[in-house]
Design a binder for this molecule. Sequence first.
Ligand SMILES: Nc1ncnc2c1ncn2[C@@H]1O[C@H](COP(=O)(O)OP(=O)(O)OP(=O)(O)O)[C@@H](O)[C@H]1O
Ligand SMILES: [Mg+2]
Length: 351
Amino acid sequence: MAHEMSGEELRSYREQRGMNQQELVTWLNERMGRRYDRAKISRWETGAERIPQTVAAALKTAVSPVGIPAASVRAAPIVFCAANQKGGVAKTTTCVNVAWLLAAAGRRVLLVDCDPQANATVHLGVDPHETELAKATLTHALKSTRPMREFVTPVCDGAFDLLPSSISLAAADRELLRQPNGTLILRAKIAQLAGLYDVVVLDCPPHLGELTVSVLNAADQLLIPTQTEMLSMMGIPQLFETIAGVRELVNPRLRVLGILPTMYSPRRLQDEQVMAELRELAAVEQLRLFSPVKRAADYSKSVMAGRPGLAINPNSAGAESYQEIADALLVLINDDTGRASAGPEGVTHGA
Ligand SMILES: Nc1ncnc2c1ncn2[C@@H]1O[C@H](COP(=O)(O)OP(=O)(O)OP(=O)(O)O)[C@@H](O)[C@H]1O
Ligand SMILES: [Mg+2]
């Protein structure tokens, strides 16, 4: 049987490497694909918890006891996406406003527009034709050997960054992403952003094609926005099937953060019926149902202004719902036990 590592031995390994507990946890997580947190290291070192043999083995087989390369201690961002193959359910509105709230909370945020319609790009005041001419879109980033960070542009007076889209992404969807392993390119590119951002927000197109699969392959947390009308809800079971396939084959880290009802009109019978169905669905699937975002003209008006609705009017209807989502992500950023884990997977869609 392999020799167990004691807490004292662990501390000594860590100190020999000149690392604090946070640096060690980041290094272990990167190396082992896990999501341990600093408290866990502390519990191991005090002997409150047994050190897994896989952790001991990873430490003992590290090439050098000192000078672990800086690149390996950079924290990976949380990758958040909003997906629903139904069009017009507020995926883009959600991404843009959640990105804004996370940036307002002091987090380093990148929004990647993964939709050839370029709605998020336009919503953030960036001209997709100009970025296409400047060869500074997601299409160019996916095709290039240059690092992803060279393609981003600041938006909202520098509050956060955008990787813009343009119509050329439709061709990339048809060609590049359909090559073998094509739907892993985005994931590999996002991995280059470790240490640069706390959160990467991915806005999906309204279909379950290669772009959406690329997003799901790369994501840690998926939110499902749905209008409170029957047709918008109907696609959710098919989305669950896609998620299950992605989790099984490529990305076991993917978790569903929850369902967000949007464009809700409280006094309409149909909206109330759909809300009741969503409550039932969330209970069955063990998913969080966020408070519904009511219909509000602020969101469509803000597109013209080239800014997130909540940047213009922080008290718009639905502000609390978007804050709930941002808060859920902030918890995950602050406490990486909530971040997706590469450990054994349950059958439910939830965390
Ligand atoms: N709470 C809301 N109340 C009223 N209108 C809204 C609300 N949220 C979003 N909208 C508007 O609804 C339209 C569709 O929203 P959005 O573009 O965010 O949806 P989407 O799911 O990204 O669409 P697509 O599937 O085409 O990408 C937009 O004009 C947007 O401004
Ligand atoms: Mg959209």
